[in-house]
Design a binder for this molecule. Structure first.
Ligand SMILES: Cc1cc2nc3c(=O)[nH]c(=O)nc-3n(C[C@H](O)[C@H](O)[C@H](O)COP(=O)(O)OP(=O)(O)OC[C@H]3O[C@@H](n4cnc5c(N)ncnc54)[C@H](O)[C@@H]3O)c2cc1C
Length: 499
């Protein structure tokens, strides 16, 4: 379905198409599983990136795998775009509906199918919440390591699609390092399995390709995750710095000392001020930046690592160091970090959370560059970093009701991404590209590279119906890339202009 057709579809054409889809899907799912009145579909019009909204024609909530398969087959036959949706906490517009399409909500796939303490794995349906996996594994002394701050709500299907991370991914890896097998269906309804229950699989590593593919290759229905033993003890250091340069250098110094903390996070002054007002985490409000450095393991390992990290931080110029004395205090330190996004929502009508990466040693440079951008675009920005991974989350504060502010916010965000790439980083760390960073993909990748990514998508979904218009810039969505295509004519895929 090309964008011109979306723009020109008349209300009566949309209504006809809607009725056609409802009738076709109604043959495979019960009536209560289909929503199409605007008051029912409006809650699905955006994800966590609320600046961009689009109501779908139909929302479908299947309950079984045969229903998912039949719905996909029916949409494929009618050439209807489909956007899979987990909890809708994504921050890059990945689950934003298509104007003439179906949102396939996997909310009812919420069962934990098996926890196997011997193999240290869990088999779960895609709509299971991230935190629910660890809760189910807790009686066995196990847990699922990747812990996005949204873990109370986000689903494992969404985590797989975004290759989500969290504050403990520095030591324990991202979703891709903690998932063994993914099952689902292609857009044509063909069952697919990526990876296996065993250590490795023969053939290409398509598990790593589907993890982070942002719902573009397949609809995931079942995931097998690794579980790991809960550490005996965890303690967290909170270190204050009177200069962001020193804080950035301290992060690099910790890693250079051969220490891999369980978490290594940084927040700047505007962020600690917003957070402290919200959750009273005990942060030092006089500091220009604070670091949270966690150690976990046996009591002996933790004691030794805390001592070594404290020494490195002191040498790097920390003005104050506090070590959590008990579990309640450790959780209080983290409650501030984990509530950074909602806290920003209290100080601004809207915020746009950017998500790029840079080499660790450039942390202070990017923070200073962002401060200069605040002047340039006349918007405030609060910063929280998965510092150990070099993953930035600048939260640009703006009012979406003011079109000029939204425009300046978009330019500000694009500038951060461009600067990150110029510093040797990437345009996305863990939140995905979605619609938000579509144009910035042209900053990172050449036309040929984007074309290769498009070719992989086309191999799974030749009609381009699964989550169209996301992630990979194509002719109609990225002006520069479009010009290159016209000039160079390197790509001749007939479906390319569909998006
Ligand atoms: C307050 C807050 C804090 C956050 N903190 C973090 C963080 O620390 N780390 C981090 O990585 N992210 C974080 N996020 C972003 C977000 O929570 C993650 O990207 C999460 O993985 C999205 O899961 P979801 O179930 O909400 O997916 P959705 O938002 O519903 O969808 C996200 C993408 O996945 C696709 N998708 C969803 N389910 C499926 C499926 N079953 N099959 C195929 N495709 C599917 C969708 O089409 C879409 O492209 C945060 C978000 C918020 C609001």
């Amino acid at each position: 379905m090309n964008t011109d057709r979306i723009a020109t579809a008349t209300p009566s054409e949309r209504a006809r198409r809607q009725a056609q889809i409802v009738q076709a899907l109604g043959a495979h799912v019960p009536a209560h599983a289909l929503l199409w009145h605007s008051e029912d579909t409006t809650p699905y019009e955006c994800d966590g990136l609320t600046a961009y909204r689009q109501r779908p024609l139909v929302v479908c909530l299947p309950e079984t795998e045969p229903q998912v398969q039949a719905v996909l087959q029916a949409c494929h036959a009618l050439e209807v775009p489909v956007v899979a949706r987990g909890a809708g906490t994504g921050l890059s517009g990945g689950a934003m509906p298509h104007a003439l399409g179906v949102v396939l909500s996997l909310a009812k796939f919420n069962r934990i199918l098996q926890v196997d303490a011997y193999s240290r794995t869990a088999v779960v349906q895609c709509g299971v919440r991230n935190l629910a996996i660890s809760e189910a594994a807790a009686p066995y002394g196990l847990y699922y390591a990747p812990d996005p701050s949204s873990q109370i709500a986000c689903t494992i299907g969404g985590n797989v699609a975004e290759n989500s991370g969290g504050v403990h991914c520095l030591k324990y890896g991202l979703t891709v390092h903690n998932v063994l097998e993914v099952k689902g269906f292609t857009m044509a309804g063909e069952p697919v399995t990526f990876g296996s229950q065993a250590l490795d699989t023969p053939g290409y590593d398509l598990l790593a390709a589907v993890i982070g593919s942002e719902g573009m290759l397949a609809v995931v229905t079942e995931v097998t995750v690794r579980l790991i033993p809960k550490p005996q003890l965890a303690r967290c250091i909170m270190a204050s710095f009177d200069d962001v340069r020193k804080a950035g250098a301290a992060v690099a110094a910790v890693i250079a000392a051969g220490i891999i903390p369980a978490g290594l996070e940084m927040m700047d002054k505007p962020m600690t001020a917003a957070v402290e007002d919200f959750v009273q985490a005990g942060y030092d409000l006089t500091a220009e930046a604070i670091l949270l450095c966690e150690s976990d393991g046996t009591p002996e390992e933790v004691a030794e690592e805390i001592e070594r990290m404290s020494a490195v931080l002191r040498d790097a110029g920390a003005t104050a160091i506090t070590v959590s004395e008990n579990e309640a205090e450790r959780l209080r330190f983290w409650s501030g970090r984990k509530n950074a996004f909602p806290a920003s929502g209290r100080i601004s009508p809207d915020y746009m959370c950017m998500d790029s990466t840079i080499p660790r040693k450039r942390l202070a440079d990017i923070l200073l560059a962002i401060q200069a951008m605040e002047q340039k675009y006349q918007l405030r920005c609060a910063n929280v970093f998965h510092a150990g991974d070099g993953n930035l989350h600048p939260l640009i504060l703006f009012d979406a009701n003011d079109a000029d502010q939204l425009h300046r916010c978009e330019l500000f965000g694009a500038d951060i991404l461009e600067t990150s790439v110029a510093m040797g980083g990437t345009v996305t760390g863990e939140h995905g590209v979605g619609v938000e960073k579509l144009n910035s993909m042209c900053t990172q990748f050449s036309a040929e590279e984007n074309a290769q990514m498009f070719a992989l998508k086309a191999a799974f979904d030749p009609l381009g119906l699964l989550n169209p218009g996301k992630v990979i810039p194509t002719l109609n969505r990225c002006a520069e890339y479009g010009k290159m295509l016209v000039r160079g004519g390197q790509i001749s895929h007939p479906d390319l202009p569909r998006f």
